[in-house]
Each structure stands twice: as structure tokens, then as C-alpha cells.
Design a protein around this ligand. Sequence first.
Ligand SMILES: [Zn+2]
Length: 303
Amino acid sequence: MASGDDLTFDRSVAARSGECLQVSGLVRRIIAPNAGPFTFTGTCSYIVGTGKVAIIDPGPDDAGHVTALLKALSGEAVTHVVVTHTHRDHSPAARAIRAATGARIVGCAPHAQIADAPSGRLDASHDMDHAPDEVMQDGDVLEGAGFHLEAVHTPGHASNHLCFALREENALFSGDHVMGWSTTSVAPPDGDMAAYMASLEKLRARPEAIYWPGHGGPVREPERYVRGLATHRRQRETVILQRIVAGDETILSIVERIYEGLDPRLKGGAALSVLAHLEDLVRKGRVASSDGAATLEARYRAA
Ligand SMILES: [Zn+2]
């Protein structure tokens, strides 16, 4: 999969789930016990600060993980639970932490309501019950005890996705927008390829020198890596266009051609990723769909 010039994935496992690891001066990390093909070694929950702390992405609705977070923080106060986006592996535990500590839930907006979602599987991955006490907009800064977190709106993986810049360490919590172990999923209708590409460019213009992603270890050369991610998607778009010009009319046939030897569990996600590219190409007028708009079932031809 690593076809971009500067794109090398880091699949080293830095910690076991449940362990609280100090990863920088201000940041601790506990990995949730939800390893899997979409979550790698599990969701990374980050604790920012000391004494009065914020928890970024408390993770799935998992009592054991909530207990591990609270145990690691015994004697400290949780002032904020900060959420990057409303996928079930990131946001649901916010409710249990708020109930146990009185912390405010801040960060991304509630999940977008989308009519005619084409994928039942991905619907199941959305946390529709997320109810923040305060929604942060792009550029809003959360002032904690000894730290500042600036929200950076980065739609693409999810329309409400926020990254958070930690000013004191020139670091960025990149959620699922940029991860070192893999490309991210961009699955319509909530995912959007054009928005994702614009959000990559937005990060490239920023100064942060290290990213702490929602899954896997840190990204230590983010400018170079993000450029590699953008190149990878542009190459993927070119390959999809070539398949259509060569006569492949359906998403299924394109997936069979370009994802050889793919883990069968990831095929649905691959189809949605191709759909995301086709949605962008149809909007740009380069591909025509038999359904007008890009859909999973449509037949496609070069426009
Ligand atoms: Zn996600």
C-alpha cells in the first residue's frame, strides 16, 4: 500500500493496552483493548497535563478501559474530555468519564445526520449519542491547567473531525486524520475525499513537529509524511481513472483490480474508498455515473 515517495508505515507496537505510558513532558497515553483491522493495536487515549488534566479520545464504551483511565488518574482531577470525532472507537467513553468525574465534554460537534447513508456497516461505527457540553470551532483554544489545546477542523475521515494542537510541545493530536500505521478510511457520505485532501494541505501549513494519532505510535516527520499521504491519494485517483478508461464500469471490478490480495474484512472499506474518489471525480466532471451522483451500485465511464 505504501506507494507515495515518502510514505512508510510504522507498525511497531509501542505499548500494551491498559498500561499508562508517559510519552512526553505533558502527555500520557493509555491504549484501549479494542485492537482490530480498523483500529490497529487499539484506540490511543491521551491524558494531557498533570494534576488537572484533559483526556483526549477516551475511547470505546468499554468499562475496563474507563477503569484503567480513572485508576491512572487517581488523586488528579479530569477537567475536560476532548473528542476528535464521533466514531465508536473514540467518543462513547466520554459519557462514563463525565459521569464519574464531572468533567466537561468538549471538542467535535455531534455526529452529522445524513439521509440515505449507503453503508449499514459504517453506520454501526458512528456514535450518534455524542452530546458535547461545548462544541469547539476551528481555531478555538481550550485553556487547561498548564496547557493549551487549539482545535483544527480537519474534515475528510469524518465531517466533524478536529485535530488538537498542544502549543506547549509544538505537537498535534491528529485523531484518525493522520496516522503513522496506515492510511485513513475516507468513506462517503460522512467521509469526503476533497475535504480530506484539503485537510492534509491545512496540516502541511502548520508548524507542529510531532503528531500523536488516534491509533499507533507518533508521526515524527509529519510534513514529509503528510506530503506522502497526499501523493498516495493522487496516485490512487490516477489508477482509478485508468481503470475506468480501460473499461471497468463498477466499483467492484475496480476494487478487484487495484487491491490485490486484500484482507476480505477490508473489502467493504476499499469499495467505499473507491466511491470517495469517484464522488470527487464526478464532481470535478472527469467521470460520469449512471446514477448521476456517485453511488456504490452505479456504472461509471470517463466523461
Ligand atoms: Zn475514526
